[in-house]
Design a protein around this ligand. Structure first.
Ligand SMILES: Cc1cc2nc3c(=O)[nH]c(=O)nc-3n(C[C@H](O)[C@H](O)[C@H](O)COP(=O)(O)OP(=O)(O)OC[C@H]3O[C@@H](n4cnc5c(N)ncnc54)[C@H](O)[C@@H]3O)c2cc1C
Length: 289
């Protein structure tokens, strides 16, 4: 491996300056994706810019109904923090499914999103919560919905010199229920074949609000807007559940890879959607694994 210079900035602007000065530099967060990419020579940076010296990136603040998560908050912290478990349970559950305890203690939220794997565990629940991302560079900062952040496998909307600094999540409305479910080939230490998040609010038996996000079944995490349209304003019953689950499975664009065929992924979207929707219908088992 060729020599790589190591830099450890203390403030975000300095990190951004390094990225601008050295176009082949790479940011390092927990390293659970980056180090493997280095070993496999998928990336060959001239410089590594370690974000661990920028202390405020570790912060978690809940104030005035807004949760602010620094990009360096670890996945294990997300799984454990009481405010996340209490008000954003699907985020905490998704975090608990990422890798294993050792990986979760290194892996960061920012790294999971910036790596932009279609299967990124944390993206679907955060998109369902209308999360925004704050991108900072030495030229300024901008905020945009997480839903617009991903542009393809391994690609995001970030410009050269930008650092993902914070993820901002509004508190869910009273009465909104959340389900996260995933299917992987092993119970742990495996990337999702499919992950599904459903946020749904019922008034009596009528669906008054719903948001569905699917992971690992398209080049980026996607909303299933057709399934949402089918559900909203209608009585949640067997036929509606079956129609919505089928619409979601048709709406995704899965690929065949080492983990599953495209057809299997489509079928699993339908199965996980049906399970999630039935759990609301029947008064709800909590969050599924
Ligand atoms: C054994 C194992 C199991 C795994 N299981 C899962 C799983 O089940 N689900 C899953 O989703 N992932 C899984 N992963 C992948 C990985 O752990 C996660 O994607 C993790 O959250 C990445 O975070 P990190 O801090 O380690 O990122 P790093 O490896 O440090 O960085 C990843 C990428 O993001 C960039 N980056 C990091 N932080 C920022 C930032 N703040 N701003 C801009 N760019 C940034 C880096 O330059 C790099 O390109 C697994 C990995 C391993 C090794």
């Amino acid at each position: 491996m060729k020599d790589i210079a190591y830099l450890r900035p203390q403030i975000l602007q300095e990190a951004s300056d390094y990225l601008l000065a050295y176009p082949d530099a790479k940011l390092l967060a927990g390293g659970t994706d980056l180090i493997l990419s280095l070993e496999r020579k998928k990336v060959t940076p001239t410089h590594i810019v370690d974000l661990s010296g920028i202390s405020h990136l570790n912060q978690v603040v809940f104030e005035n109904g807004i949760l602010r998560l620094g990009a360096m908050v670890t996945i294990q912290e997300l799984h454990e923090i009481p405010i996340v478990r209490d008000k954003f349970p699907d985020i905490a559950v998704a975090a608990g499914h990422l890798g294993c305890w050792q990986v979760r203690n290194r892996a960061t939220l920012g790294g999971n999103l910036a790596n932009a794997a279609p299967s990124a565990e944390m993206a679907p629940p955060l998109i369902a919560h209308n999360a925004k991302v704050k991108l900072v560079s030495s030229q300024g900062e901008r905020m945009l919905p997480l839903e617009e952040f991903f542009t393809g496998p391994g690609r995001t909307i970030m410009h050269q010199g930008e650092v993902l600094a914070e993820i901002i999540v509004p508190e869910p409305r009273e009465g909104l229920e959340m389900r996260y479910s995933r299917h992987a080939l092993r119970r742990s230490m495996d990337i999702s074949v499919v992950n599904v998040v459903v946020h749904l609010q019922l008034k009596g038996e009528i669906v008054i609000d719903v948001k569905i996000v699917l992971g690992a079944v398209a080049p980026t995490p996607i909303r299933s807007k057709r399934a949402e349209e089918i559900l909203v304003g209608k009585k949640l019953d067997n036929i509606l559940i079956s129609n919505a689950a089928q619409a979601a499975s048709l709406e995704c664009q899965p690929i065949t890879d080492v983990r599953a065929t495209a057809g299997y992924r489509r079928k699993m979207v339908q199965v996980l959607m049906e399970r999630a929707l039935y759990s609301f219908f029947k008064g709800g088992a909590a969050l599924e694994s």
